[in-house]
Design a protein around this ligand. Structure first.
Ligand SMILES: C[S@@+](CC[C@H](N)C(=O)[O-])C[C@H]1O[C@@H](n2cnc3c(N)ncnc32)[C@H](O)[C@@H]1O
Length: 313
């Protein structure tokens, strides 16, 4: 493990403005990473429980945030398991939740983790250090399933072609390194964007079941929020953003309508007020400083005091 941990937090000022950390508030950071957002939340006075699946991130954040003592708790695990784990810590309601999805720069830049096509490493891509690796997926799934992963998680227009190429190549021996896969996909082509960019992103999402974790976590986090508590989610990928947007929308519409009904009806799933009618993106200053913030989108909701209150307002 590298001694240093490089990751620049995105949309930090916006996250802090929305989550309003203060003494007496309990906030879950579901994606601790380098502890950048968490340190700002702790600095604001909040108690923070941070989750990460990656033991390296945990190790680094624990060291970095040790001066906050009991105000900071770091838990190794998937944020989708947070409600169960929080219950064991005696925490039943939260004032804030942050999810800053995807991988950290540290993970991407550590060659032996196998996330990047730009450096040579084992074809791994696991955030946690257990479970199936990208090599397991690439060397065992049928072409149709590989193509689905590339299309759904990577928006890869040449998904079928790349899947067929992988299946042909693995007949001559397993594909086991990042370079091997990147070269197989590129097949001598180059361009401003490496041809393997989308395939690597798609494999990472599949290996870590990132969509499944998000879909499981959102409803349970929604229920854990205290009235007036806020949930902020930063996504870097259109599929994730769509999931968050639809979930927030479904639970913040005051009324729902259907062409077969005589009139609109109160929404039985009303839970939140949307604080970001449009997603928030990085400012030009942040974009200049941190190019990784380019695709970041922040959406925030607030748990209603009572479902009726918003209808009456
Ligand atoms: C973008 S980084 C977070 C950076 C962090 N906000 C900061 O300021 O340093 C995402 C982190 O979330 C972790 N992660 C992603 N999905 C996760 C999940 N389902 N459960 C727990 N941790 C997850 C990754 O291992 C990674 O360390």
């Amino acid at each position: 493990m590298n001694a240093s941990f490089h990751h620049e937090s995105v949309l930090s000022a916006e996250v802090i403005d929305f989550l309003r950390p203060a003494m007496g508030r309990t906030i879950v950071d579901g994606t601790l990473g380098g502890g950048g957002h968490s340190s700002l939340l702790l600095h604001g006075g909040a108690r923070v429980v941070g989750f990460d699946r990656d033991p390296d991130a945990l190790h680094y954040s624990r060291k970095k945030l040790t001066s906050y003592g009991d105000l900071f708790t770091a838990v190794e695990g998937n944020f989708a398991e947070a409600p169960r784990i929080l219950a064991t810590l005696g925490i039943e309601k939260l004032d804030g939740i942050l999810l800053d999805l995807g991988v950290s720069s540290h993970q991407l830049d550590t060659a032996e983790r196998g996330f990047s096509f730009q450096s040579q490493g084992p074809l791994d891509m696991r955030m946690a250090k257990s479970g199936l690796t990208a090599a397991d997926i690439v060397n065992t799934l049928e072409a149709s399933e590989l193509a689905r992963i590339f299309r759904e998680y990577g928006d890869e227009p040449r998904a079928i072609q790349f899947a067929a190429r992988i299946v042909r190549a693995r007949q001559h021996g397993a594909i086991s390194s990042t370079r091997q896969l990147a070269e197989l996909i590129a097949a001598g082509r180059s361009g401003p964007r490496h041809p393997a960019t989308r395939v690597f992103q798609a494999l990472r999402i599949a290996v870590n079941d990132e969509i499944g974790s998000l879909e499981r976590a959102l409803p349970s986090f929604g229920n854990l929020l205290a009235p007036g508590g806020r949930m902020a989610v930063i996504t870097f990928h259109s599929l994730e953003d769509r999931i968050v947007k639809h979930f927030f929308r479904r639970h913040s519409l005051v009324e729902i309508d259907d062409p077969t009904w005589p009139s609109a009806r109160p929404n039985p799933d009303l839970l939140f007020d949307t604080l970001t009618p449009r997603s928030i993106t990085a400012s030009p200053v942040e974009l200049e400083r941190n190019p990784r913030s380019r695709s970041a989108r922040l959406r925030v909701v607030e748990r209603l005091l009572t479902p009726q209150k918003k209808g009456a307002a």
